[in-house]
Design a binder for this molecule. Structure first.
Ligand code: ZN
Length: 354
């Protein structure tokens, strides 16, 4: 391990320094430690001298706020998991069978009750997500499902996600059903200085309005989500996200699922570097009968998106945050869509748990 000091050619702006602090570790795993010493000096740690030219070329491009496609492609931010060639036992549409056997009970678009084998499989995925979350030593919290609108002084909460906010009734309500369970974590830690790198986990019911014509179990209006949230230095958040992604990939491989990790569908392209870097990656599971796939988990790096408006800090700096979210019904539906209802074909690790 070596420590390097990098003297910048000219004085960097506050924005450029913040960009380096929050994004350099995220786009370059070779950076193992990073301190912004002054507006003309960075100090970083890396494994050996071989990493130095690569790291310093990224720093230069980031100082120039580059959105050059070749540069962005060269970042290769993570190992790719691709199990798209795994065989699937079930090739027919399982939904009619699930409904007929009371495994799922339809109450209209986006609304299902669960019973029998769907519920047992759901409970397996719920337990397994919890076990996986505990491996990272989190503090656990339970939050309400509804979130007060007045708490959402942060502009994005009520504006750019309006399309999926679930708003019952026609009047403007004082509370909203939250679309992700981590949304209470940021107001919870508002105006706090973290005692150190912090990991939280929570599970709850989420609400998303997916339209009145969506009957597929991967487009539920309400569903259970397990999330782990990381707050601290950008390097801690990056390492934690990589770790949970690795745990997830190993789990998917052990289940033999036809699944892969890719950049999220939400379009990423922008006029500056931070808007051009993919910050959200998804675990996708194939639905063999339709040829489609669903997003069952996501790994999200927020940089200072939440910590700045909520004034969450660590070590005298604005903290970085990130989260990993798991949709339990979607994991269940993806698994059943590939394995069918004949448990004799299922992996032993799941069969013995239901
Ligand atoms: Zn989240």
């Amino acid at each position: 391990m070596i420590e390097k000091s990098l003297i910048l050619n000219s004085t960097a702006t506050a924005n450029a320094l913040a960009r380096l602090r929050f994004y350099l570790p995220y786009v370059c795993d070779q950076v193992l430690g990073l301190t912004v010493v002054s507006e003309t000096e960075l100090r970083y740690t890396c494994k050996d001298a071989d990493s130095v030219p690569h790291i310093e070329s990224i720093v230069q491009a980031m100082l120039n706020d580059s959105t050059d496609a070749e540069f962005l492609d060269s970042l290769q931010m993570r190992p790719v998991f691709d199990n798209r060639t795994a065989p699937c036992f079930c090739k027919h549409d399982l939904l009619p069978e699930l409904l007929e056997g009371d495994h799922l009970i339809s109450f209209g678009p986006g609304q299902y009750g669960m019973g029998h084998l769907f519920l047992k499989t759901f409970k397996y995925f719920e337990r397994e997500c919890y076990r996986m979350a505990l491996k990272q030593g989190p503090e656990e919290f339970v939050y309400p499902n509804l979130i007060p609108r007045k708490l959402m002084h942060y502009p994005d909460y009520g504006t750019d996600q309006d399309a999926t906010w679930f708003v019952p009734g026609t009047q403007t309500p004082e509370h909203l059903g939250k679309p992700a369970v981590c949304l209470h974590c940021y107001p919870h830690f508002s105006k706090r200085t973290l005692p150190g790198d912090t990991t939280l986990t929570t599970q709850g019911r989420c609400y998303r309005y997916e339209g009145s014509d969506r009957f597929s179990p991967d487009r539920l209006w309400e569903f259970i989500m397990r999330e782990t949230v990381y707050m601290g230095t950008p390097i801690f958040v990056r390492n934690s996200l990589r770790e949970i992604e690795t745990l997830t990939v190993e789990w998917m491989q052990s289940l033999g699922l036809r699944a892969w990790v890719q950049e999220a569908d939400d379009p990423v392209s922008g006029s500056d570097f931070t808007a051009s870097v993919p910050l959200k990656w998804e675990l996708r599971i194939a639905l063999p009968a339709s040829g489609a796939s669903l997003a069952a988990a996501s790994f999200n790096y927020h940089a200072d998106h939440y910590s700045r408006p909520f004034e969450i800090s660590e070590g005298g700096n604005t903290a970085a945050t990130g989260c990993a979210g798991f949709g339990i019904e979607r994991l269940t539906w993806g698994f059943l869509a590939q394995y069918g209802l004949d448990t004799k074909r299922w992996p032993e690790s799941v069969r013995k748990e239901i």
